[in-house]
Ligand binder design. Sequence first.
Ligand code: JHZ
Length: 393
Amino acid sequence: MIKKILDLGQQPLANSYLAKNKLKSKEKKFRLQVGFHTKNYLVSIMKTVSKEKMFNENYPYKSSESITMKKSFENLSKKIKNYYKPNFIIEIGSNDGAFIRNFNKKTVIGVEPCKNLAKLTKNQKYKIYSEYWNQKLAKKITKNKKAHLIYSANTLSHIKNLNEIFAAINIALSKDGVLILEDPSLLQCVKNVAYDQFYCEHIYVFSTIALKNILLKFDLEIFNIENITTHGGSNRYFIKKKISKKFKINKNVKKEISKELKFGLDKISTYQKFEKDVIKSKKKLLNIFKKLLNKKYKIIGYGATAKSCTVLNYCGIDKRSIMYFYDTTSYKINKYLPGSKILIKKYRKLDKKKIDVAFLGAWNFKEEIFKKEKNFINKGGKFITHVPIPKII
Ligand code: JHZ
């Protein structure tokens, strides 16, 4: 049974940035509610948007926009080459190629349904299937040879039909092959009151206990877990077929599960507290804005993230509070954030003469951003963050 644990109100599609001539048109909205499955402990949004509406030829998010993500993919690629030495890799959700570009073109295939992103990597002569991952595609790609390694980062959480995904993975993965999945951790999300991890694209925020239950049905098992810092705290799961004896189950798996159970990710009461924390977080954030606006501070947004869409629309923050956002992504520039309709400008280094405070839409890249904006900080410039608790820093 799925129980509602959180209601984030009417929300537009997070990555549907508006062109100026669309500002007056009515936006598509949906009710963003989060549910908890009391049997398998899966946390998911309750109403979903069709994949074609979200992942198409106009997809604006590029993984390569942050140094942190590029480094993370680079480091993992080194480890994969040294340790698993795969000679056939498939990446599900290859985005703009931030991961696959670390591999020899002959050894890697990308699957990326967003045609604009697929084109970027195809142009670099990588083999990309611009389709949704499913059993038919898995059969086509691995007709002659099964994959030694399948990697998927920040993609599985976006796909509603997990049964199809894992059935396709089972087809494509060799007997002793390794599946590496990487997605935001539910434990970190709940602990840090990072409710903006929920938006139309994030259908699931996984816990290890829920993922383990799902994998059981497909004779797949987690043999190692790494807690990583990307995207506000994620888990990197190393998974194998049950029949494979090549890898021993690492102690980390049991440890992570104990951690999650101790925190109560299997209990509805934990999510009831989470809901209260989210409401408190909204009040606190609105108070901060009120205080700063009363002092006539000039506030902008930093990083027009998909996550920002949830926060701004849930809290009712719009251009009366945030003058504009800065973002480095070319697709987003000169467009407007969905719902809140705040303009996104081409990124420029923060200038204390023009800006007093920046709201961290990309709070998950705080360190990278603070390094870049040293000058602004040294001159007394401030940031607002809402994770883990709304505050001015
Ligand atoms: P970032 C997207 O979410 C959507 P978002 C998606 N659903 C998902 O799961 C995650 O990514 C992985 C900009 N930026 O990564 C670039 C600067 O302008 O937090 C991006 O637009 N300056 C697929 O959108 C945004 O911020 C900078 O210095 O919540 C970051 O978006 C940096 C570091 C980033 O993901």
